[in-house]
Design a protein around this ligand. Structure first.
Ligand SMILES: *Cc1c(COP(=O)(O)O)cnc(C)c1O
Ligand SMILES: [Zn+2]
Length: 455
């Protein structure tokens, strides 16, 4: 059986475009494209056979199917030859059972999907493997590109630079000056990308890169390119796979450019249509209060007493937030996210700087090590639980989007209580003498003092 997919306009315009074309918007209406699969071909295999195939491949060594993304190749990008796949063994990330943190919130079934435990430290690897593999296939087929380019709040450029370097394909990244962390900047530098620092914000970089990519020699790697979404949607398949094909009640995800929330919904919808799951989870898109255009649109729709629509949306100028990777005021994937939320009976919540910092710290106390974006999702979780939107026995999966080690300034400044907002749970090093008896006394005294205050 052969599997096939192509780009189609999300607004339903006529015609389809091959996946290796450097086209990112509908030629007829200028709307977003999405990858549409020949789902009739999927039906030639039973749901049970698909589940078994995905399980048999999961984390094994047959190239490239051990990857959490490429183990679902027929559903992702069937047109890439196995030898052109550029994989760094993405996916297969740990589902952290947040038992103590959940208990503190009154939740009995809380999980944190650790998407940041990956090659470049964020979930961006899931989509970038598909995009760079497609470019490599295109080059192999005799249609070269000069470089793959992206605008980035940090993590996209790290992923693109790594996959480009692994494939030997030139990469140029556009970053907003002084708005990414040192760890995020050093990754594309180390991987040899052309790193361009622009005197504007992310939305400004996005406008520039879209114009650059009008030249097909400069291939666009932002999530406006729907190939990324195909890789990221495997996150949903992997989640149910990790629960022996049971669907969680809730999935919470931080949202910036809104590609990931769209991808997660697409994954669940496709599994539902193909019969791999019998119900949909609810999705909560979690935004930083200072970059919350989708939250505002959602409130407008609620006030009007109806489902969210595109016309509820107005871009905002995103303010400075600790959650720097989601500091986006005019998200490119907004139209897809609106559909995704309606299809999943989704909600949108937001969190202030103090809320996101303290939620991250509270969860860290139970063994996690959260980035500020995951902090946004956790703070929104706490609010949705308090309002009883999320119930005590619901199975809840929070998507952790990046590794905390990429955001050490955020964490060190929190624990020094040196952020703009007061830290609720700072933990400073204790100075003690360097001599055994005095050190023992000081340690025991300090432990005693803490025993009283610890939860
Ligand atoms: C990119 C990114 C996000 C936002 O994902 P979108 O698809 O842009 O909504 C959230 N957290 C981290 C760490 C990211 O790198
Ligand atoms: Zn169109």
């Amino acid at each position: 059986m052969s599997f096939a997919a192509s780009f189609r306009c999300v607004h339903g315009c006529e015609g389809s475009i091959p996946l290796d074309e450097a086209v990112y918007r509908c030629p007829a209406c200028g709307g977003l494209l999405e990858v549409v699969h020949d789902e009739a071909a999927w039906k030639t295999r039973s749901p049970a056979a698909w589940k078994k195939l995905f399980d048999d491949r999961y984390l094994r060594n047959t190239w490239p199917y051990g990857s959490g993304v490429w183990g679902k190749k027929e559903w992702v990008q069937p047109h890439v030859d196995d030898e052109n796949v550029v994989s760094l063994f993405e996916g297969g990330t740990n589902m952290f059972w947040a038992e103590r943190y959940g208990a503190a919130l009154g939740l009995s079934d809380l999980w944190v999907k650790q998407c940041g435990v990956s090659h470049t430290g964020s979930f961006k690897d899931l989509g970038m493997t598909v995009l760079v593999s497609t470019v490599r296939q295109r080059i192999h087929d005799g249609r070269p590109v000069r470089a793959v380019v992206c605008a980035s709040t940090g993590d996209t450029s790290a992923a693109l630079a790594a996959y480009g370097a692994a494939a030997g394909i030139p990469v140029a990244v556009l970053l907003p000056e002084a708005k990414v962390t040192a760890a995020q900047l050093v990754q594309p530098l180390a991987n040899g990308a052309l790193v361009c620092s622009l005197a504007t914000d992310f939305d400004g970089c996005m406008r520039v890169v879209q114009r650059l990519a009008a030249d097909p020699d400069l291939y666009l790697a932002n999530s406006m390119n729907s190939l990324r979404v195909e890789g990221q949607k495997t996150l949903s398949i992997e989640i149910v796979q990790q629960f022996d094909w049971e669907v969680p009640d809730w999935v919470l995800v931080p949202g910036g450019n809104l590609g990931n929330v769209s991808a997660i919904a697409k994954g669940f919808l496709e599994m539902h249509r193909a019969g791999l799951i019998d119900r949909m989870p609810r999705i909560a898109c979690c935004q930083a209060e200072r970059a919350n255009p989708l939250y505002r649109a959602y409130r407008r729709a609620l006030a009007a007493g109806r489902d969210l629509r595109e016309e509820d949306f107005e871009p905002v100028e995103a303010g400075p937030t600790l959650a720097s990777a989601i500091r986006i005021g005019d998200p490119v994937s907004m139209p897809k996210a609106v559909r995704a939320l309606v299809a999943c009976r989704g909600v949108v919540e937001h969190a202030s700087e103090a809320e996101l910092a303290d939620a991250a710290a509270r969860a860290d106390r139970t063994g996690l090590f959260n980035c500020p974006h995951t902090g946004v999702a956790l703070a929104c979780l706490e609010k949705l639980v308090a309002r009883r939107v999320i119930g005590p026995t619901d199975r809840v999966v929070v998507i952790s989007t990046a590794h905390g080690l990429k955001f050490t300034e955020f964490k060190t400044r929190y624990h020094e209580d040196a952020l703009d907002v007061p830290a609720g749970l700072p933990n400073r090093p204790v100075r003690i003498p360097g001599e055994v008896e005095a050190a023992r006394d000081a340690i025991l005294r300090a432990l005693e003092a803490r025993a009283g205050e610890r939860t």
